[in-house]
Design a binder for this molecule. Sequence first.
Ligand code: S6P
Ligand code: ZN
Length: 192
Amino acid sequence: MQNQPFTFQLPKDANPPSVWDNHITRRLSSMKGQYLDQAAYEAMLAQDDTLLYEVYEIQRPHVVGEFLQGVSIVHPGKVGDEYFMTKGHYHEVLETGEVYYCLKGQGMMVMETPEGDWCVQEFRPGEVLYVLPRWAHRSVNTSRDEDLVFFFAYPGNAGHNYGTIERQGFRKLVIEQNGQPAIVDNPRWKQG
Ligand code: S6P
Ligand code: ZN
């Protein structure tokens, strides 16, 4: 870990940043129960445990005052009509936000709060997306054939709560309808 201020470059293509410590890969098998079309999910998994997304993290202490930074790459594809997406999470320390900067591709950030608010924002290359404290977030790649690549930075003490989303899902899904991305209610969303 660096003990001096440092610089790094962000990728112009789907390459890692010039500095990173951990490479996390998430495959289809880690998304059990998350996609609406369970039959399509099982059929796809029987063929191949497809790589859905990757995260390159720069390691820093998980403490107040630090920022955890890195680059995520969500690959293109669908399970049934639902686009490839990240697991999504609340921060364990709910009152911590996150800054995203879209480098490449097209997609959407699906967000919601424990109070019942929801919001979907588009990812556009060159744009910053700010996830407010208290908002769970999931990144969705709505492109047919291009990676969605973004930089992120969030407080070192934030932590991740995946369990709530694993149990209840997000209120909204992003699916392909008539060849276009559409935001629809998640019929399987449940409180708690
Ligand atoms: C971390 C931040 C991102 C995600 C990454 C993968 O707070 O939101 O680095 O970790 O995009 O998503 P997930 O939901 O699998 O952690
Ligand atoms: Zn986060």
